[in-house]
Every structure is written in C-alpha cells, then in structure tokens.
Design a protein around this ligand. Structure first.
Ligand code: ZN
Ligand code: ZN
Length: 379
C-alpha cells in the first residue's frame, strides 16, 4: 500500500510499504478515507524528535473498517469509524480511569501510545491507504449515518477538537467566563470553538498570522494580533486590568515572541500575566523533556525561565498534558451530528495522498492560507 514515509529532516515521500494487516485477534484494519497533517507531525518532520526514518506519519484518522480480527465483537466490516490518536488498551489502571492518553500497556515502559508518533510506540500512522487499529472494540468511535457527509468534521474528533476541548477543561472554563487562548493554530482555534460552545462570555485569541486570526474571528472570538500590540497589555486593557478568568496554552515549546523569535517561555509567562488571580491555566501545547535542537541553553534541557513567583502570588492553577480523546469524543461527535459544532471550518486544503510532500513543505513554512490540511488517500 502507499503511505507517507519519513526519510529524514524535512524529507517525506509517498512510498510503498507493507499492507496494514491483522496482527492480533483484537485488531481491525481500516481503509483510510481522511487523514490529517497535524502541527505535531511538523515537530517530527523538522527532525527535532527521534522519529525513525522509514516510518509512516499520521495520527488523525478516519475511515471504513475492511477487516476485523476474530476477537473483535462490536466493530463490523463496513463501519465508519474515527480513531483517537492515543491508543488505549482499555484494561490498565489509567485506561480504567479514562486516562487513555497515558495507557500503561500499549507502549510498555512509557505512559501513552499513538499512531505514527515519536516515542509513542511502534504503531504505523494513518497517512496511508489503510491503518491497523489495536483493541478495535475499545478504540474505534462509531460514526452515525451522516459519517461520509460530515467526514471532514468527524475526522477532527481524532485529535484537534478533543485536544482543544481538553485545554478548556484543564483551564476550568465555566459559562460566562472570559478566556485567553494563545495560538490560533488548529488546536487553538478548536480551544476557542470549545470555549464558545461552553458559553464563555469573551474569548481572546492571540496569534500573528492573518489567516488564523481571521478564522478565530469567524468562530466568534476576539483576535489579538501580537505583531501590532503587546498581547499582555491588550488583554489586560480589555479586562479592566484584571485579566481573563482562564487561559489556554495552544502553541508549545516552539512558541515565538512578537518578533518571531523562538522564546520557549513566552506563552507561559504571558498566561501568568493575563490570567486573573486564582484563575486557571490549561497547557495543551507540546513541551519536551529535552529539545537538543533549541538555541536556548535552558530549552535544550526542556526547562524555561518561568514566572513562578507571579503564579504563586496570584494563586493560579496550571494543568497540563495531552488530551484523553476518549473522554470527550462521543459527546463532541454528537455536537457535530446535530450541527452545534463545525470543526471542519478551519480546513484550508483537501489533497490526495500523492500531494503530501508538497503539503508538508507549505504547512511547515506556515505559508499564508495553509491552516489545516486533510489528505484523502481513497480519492
Ligand atoms: Zn494531531
Ligand atoms: Zn491502557
């Protein structure tokens, strides 16, 4: 089968790889019809992780089941399913508590497994014609009759919509509250969408790209263009100097200051400054325990100069970590089904698998207009 294969820093190709197949009786094989390129694929694409050459990218996957193992009961051939990017077993201590992002058995020795992801187990990604899904009964989210009609919405249940939602859960967003979201990439936009669905009164979205800020506005948020203003002054100015009730970090370790320079504490210290005393901060952007490719000495060791004194004196809370997709994906699916959520509104490009190398180039360069790429391997 054809798949998007990593060949080294900034080099991917569409190559032939062994067919996805049933390896354990609890597996299913899903024919991929929509699979997205994610911002976290770029971390690996840029060669700043230990992602192995020859492996297949792709953790945001949707398709139709073409084969199930002898031990699969619930899922049937022909079902339309969306796969959470984190792979859970369903029976370990963390999966039992709903913390499927930190499964203890799928990638022994580490908490957490995912498709086509550095450090998250040996699983191939779904930017391919087909995908092997372990523990299919547990991991497949079944889609309703409008699965194909709303495929571009449902595929966002694999990662960015639950991940954006999770940042608002970590921050503790309640109806009527004000929220600041740092980063208007796909996850930041989904965090804004989620906060608005939850009834936030005002949602500020900080970024420095016109296309992304425009989408934030389209979703009902207040864009804060950090090229034109200091986001901290701007948000404090618009909240009587108090700041917002909640803040969401949706950028991660490669965040930049107003001049586009990578400064890994920029978003975190801005959040401490623009969140109210006793407010909550949810950190969903990826930070790494080591980042040898960073230019800053602290960042190389996964550390940052953090305004801890300000955090402490303001009595703020921080919660972090990847989304446990299964904790939210059913309910978010139903919001899409009835038309109360429309995550596909951020898609800029729908391309065939063959166009993936070019798409990676543009998305990696943050070229204007390349906000979210979905690949259609079956087209
Ligand atoms: Zn993703
Ligand atoms: Zn588990």
């Amino acid at each position: 089968m054809k798949a998007v294969v990593y060949n080294g820093p900034r080099q991917v190709s569409v190559s032939n790889v062994p067919d996805a197949r049933i390896e354990k009786p609890t597996d299913a094989v899903v024919r991929m019809t929509t699979t997205n390129i994610c911002g976290s694929d770029l971390h690996m694409y840029e060669g700043r992780t230990n992602f192995e050459t020859g492996r297949v990218f792709g953790h945001e996957n949707l398709g139709q089941v073409i084969e199930v193992g002898a031990g699969v009961d619930r899922i049937k051939k022909g079902d339309w399913v969306c796969l959470p990017f984190n792979i859970g077993c369903g029976f370990c201590e963390n999966c039992e508590r709903g913390l499927t992002g930190y499964c203890l058995t799928c990638n022994p020795g580490t908490a957490g497994a995912a498709y086509g992801f550095a450090g998250m187990g040996p699983f191939q990604g779904g930017q391919a014609e087909a995908l092997r899904v372990p523990y299919a009964d547990f991991n497949c989210l079944s889609l309703p009759k409008d699965a194909q009609e709303k495929e571009d919405d449902y595929v966002m249940l694999s990662d960015i919509f639950p991940t954006g939602w999770h940042s608002t859960e970590l921050a503790g967003v309640l109806p009527g509250e004000t929220v600041a979201v740092y980063g208007a990439g796909p996850v930041g936009l989904m965090a804004a969408h989620s906060a608005i669905i939850k009834g936030a009164s005002r949602v500020f979205v900080v970024d420095m790209h016109d296309d992304r800020l425009k989408l934030a506005e389209l979703l009902g948020a207040i864009p804060v263009d950090m090229r034109r203003c200091d986001p901290v002054e701007e948000i404090l100015g618009q909240t009587d100097g108090l700041g917002t009730d909640r803040g969401c970090e949706c950028v991660g370790y490669q965040c930049c200051d107003r001049h586009g320079r990578e400064v890994n504490n920029f978003t975190m210290n801005s959040l401490v400054a623009t969140t109210k005393a006793t407010g909550g901060i949810g950190v969903i952007g990826v930070f790494l325990p080591q980042d040898p490719g960073a230019s800053d000495a602290l960042a190389k060791q996964g550390k940052m100069a953090f305004d801890f004194g300000a955090l402490w004196s303001k009595g703020q809370r921080i919660a972090t970590g990847e989304a446990n997709v299964k904790a939210y994906n059913r309910r978010l699916r139903d919001l899409i089904h009835v038309g109360k959520a429309k995550p596909s509104c951020i898609i800029s490009h729908r391309l065939g698998l063959d166009q993936a190398p070019d798409a990676y180039k543009h998305f990696d360069a943050r070229d204007e207009g390349w906000t979210k790429v979905v690949l259609k391997p079956a087209a």
